[in-house]
Write a protein that binds this ligand. Structure first.
Ligand code: CO
Length: 208
């Protein structure tokens, strides 16, 4: 794709928006009030807004390799803090996806340089659920299950932050784990029972 094409498409898009609503961009400039924070993978096939069918201004988005929520990632921690404390989002979604290259790489014995510490977070998820994963004989199914378990663990990581704990306790915020299936285009809600998952560990992670 030529970069000039992008600017041409952008001009067409601006004209389309203005033809429907002359003040579309002026209104956008007034501010944002998204109700959802979406945390997803950087994968080019998993574009948050397009697959969710949402408009500009509706979803606050954070993406990185393999949709990780790491306490050492200042960007992730800032995004969550801003979304909860300033935007007042009602939902935080962690969305993984099948065919995730990041998760695949973490299942292999391979030195990937600077990616090693990032992918090690996924290896830690594998270790936490090693018995369950190793009991799955089919390799593709084990890969898919690690993708789902990784989403689940990143939801738990979201709930390890102080601001989320406060909002969650007030029932002002829900946390959801989803997986996007690239092969069908469908978003699958993992319907995680976070209260149950957190039940046994909040004594460790509760911050107040
Ligand atoms: Co991915």
């Amino acid at each position: 794709m030529k970069l000039e094409t992008i600017f041409k498409h952008n001009q067409q898009w601006v004209q389309e928006k203005l033809s429907i609503d002359n003040e579309y961009f002026e209104n956008l400039a007034k501010g944002q009030q998204p109700e959802i924070l979406y945390i997803g993978c950087s994968d080019s096939r998993v574009t948050a807004e397009e697959m969710m069918g949402v408009s500009l201004g509706q979803v606050f988005v954070y993406r990185n390799i393999a949709n990780m929520v790491s306490s050492l990632d200042l960007s992730a921690m800032s995004v969550i803090n801003y979304a909860v404390n300033h935007l007042g989002v009602k939902h935080i979604v962690v969305c993984g996806h099948y065919y995730c290259g990041g998760v695949k790489a973490a299942m292999q014995a391979q030195d990937l340089g600077i990616l090693n510490p990032w992918l090690r977070n996924i290896r830690d998820v594998y270790r936490l659920h090693k018995e369950e994963l190793n009991a799955i004989e089919d390799e593709d199914e084990r890969y898919n299950q690690l993708i789902r378990l990784n989403v689940r663990e990143q939801c738990v990581n979201v709930l390890k932050t102080a601001e989320v704990q406060v909002a969650y306790r007030k029932n002002a915020l829900q946390v959801h784990g989803w997986v996007f299936d690239i092969r069908t285009g469908q978003i699958i809600d993992l319907e995680l029972d976070l209260d149950k998952i957190l039940g046994g560990i909040m004594e460790i992670y509760a911050l107040s």
